[in-house]
Each structure stands twice: as structure tokens, then as C-alpha cells.
Design a protein around this ligand. Sequence first.
Ligand SMILES: [Zn+2]
Ligand SMILES: [Zn+2]
Length: 250
Amino acid sequence: MGQLLRATAQKGKVLLHHIGRGIYPPLCLSCSGETDSAGLCAKCWTETQFITGHKCDCCGTPLLGDPDDVPCDNCIRYPPVWSQGRAVAVYSGGARRISLALKHGDRLDMGPTLARWMVTAGADVMDGIDIVAPVPLHWTRMLKRRYNQAAELSKHIAKVGEITHVPDLLTRFKRTSMQMDMTRDERFENQREALKMTNRFTELIQGKRILMVDDVMTTGATLSACAQACISGGAAHVNVLVFARVARGL
Ligand SMILES: [Zn+2]
Ligand SMILES: [Zn+2]
């Protein structure tokens, strides 16, 4: 009897899967239009600038014509606190639409696919990592948005990479004001004052190699504050992995 029930339940699951596929064809992650396969429609593929060529080893920004593994001008001028960084795509076109949909459009279904892309783009910066953690949201933003998009990505990345995930490794204890009109130094100070290591993880983090995950890197101020909090707290080093990188001048 037990066996019959199990067999029936299994058949039901398979049937539901097929029905689901029939009713809901995969949607493009960027424009939410229908697509033949999971991922992007043909139009959005052409509008997404994946970072596959030369890039800055520190911040992942694409470099035109420069040899690989060199820091970009910005990273030479302001060396990041973290060691290495990677991004899947440039924050424009299709990647910008994906980032906005993940952040404001409740498209949590994107998480596993984006995480797979991030693991591919960030394979070398994930090597030897002990802990994966997201850039934290302030609790008031969390209440409003109901989820932290960075934590949605880090959760799936940790799963694919079989690495320990600590979603609350860092705490954002102060809401930061909008950074649009701030100078570079003001942005960095603004973030540094708002983030800290969560007390109960002080012991766990000693000598560990951390991968800090975010959806978008703009100036790197937020990721710098996160990396600094980890290193001040006793981490050995920090690498960063984001979905999209704002690359100025391209
Ligand atoms: Zn599309
Ligand atoms: Zn750089």
C-alpha cells in the first residue's frame, strides 16, 4: 500500500511538472517575455554585455586592450580593501533590467540562474573560499522589500559552490542616506559608519577567506566597507562577486 501511494505521488509530481511547463513557458530574465530556454530571449542576449574578455583583477571591470590580471586605473589609484573581484556583466541594457527586476520586481525565480552565471564568472575568486556572505540591508529596507536581493544570490552561490553561507555575517545598523551627490570619500565614510561584523560571528571568521556577494557594484564603497568590517574582524582576506558592474566610460 505504502509503495502504491509513493508511486502515485511520484506520477503526480511528474504530471504537475509537465503541466507547469505547458502553462508557464520560461520567461526572459531581462524583459519577462517568453523565451524558448531558461535565461534570456534573443533580443536581451544581444543587449547584455557579458564580461568575458580582459578585466581588472580587483574590481572585475572590463578592460579594453589591456592584458588580463592587471588593476584598472581606478584600482591603482584607490586599491580596494578586498583582494579580487568579478562581475558577470556590465550594468547596462539587459543586465540593468535584470538587476532592477531582482531588486524591485519580486523576481526571486531569477536567483538560481543568476547564481550559476556568477559562479561561472567568479570561479577563480571562489577558489579556497570558506564563507559566502551577502552585503546586508538595513532592517527597515528588509521590511519594505521583504527580501535582500544580495542574500538571494549568495544563498544560491553558496549552494552551487558547496560553501558555508552566513547571510547575517554583517549587520547594517544605520540607514545610509542616498549617495548620489556625495564625493567618493563621503560615500566610503557613509558606508563605513553603517556596517559592522555581527558579534556572534567573531570567532567563526578568524583567519577565514570570505566571498562577499552583491547584485550591483557602482563605486565599490559598500563592498569596501563590508570587506573592511570582515578584515578588521579577523578574516584572512575577502574576494567580491557581483552580478553587474557599473563601468564608466565604456
Ligand atoms: Zn528578453
Ligand atoms: Zn579595478
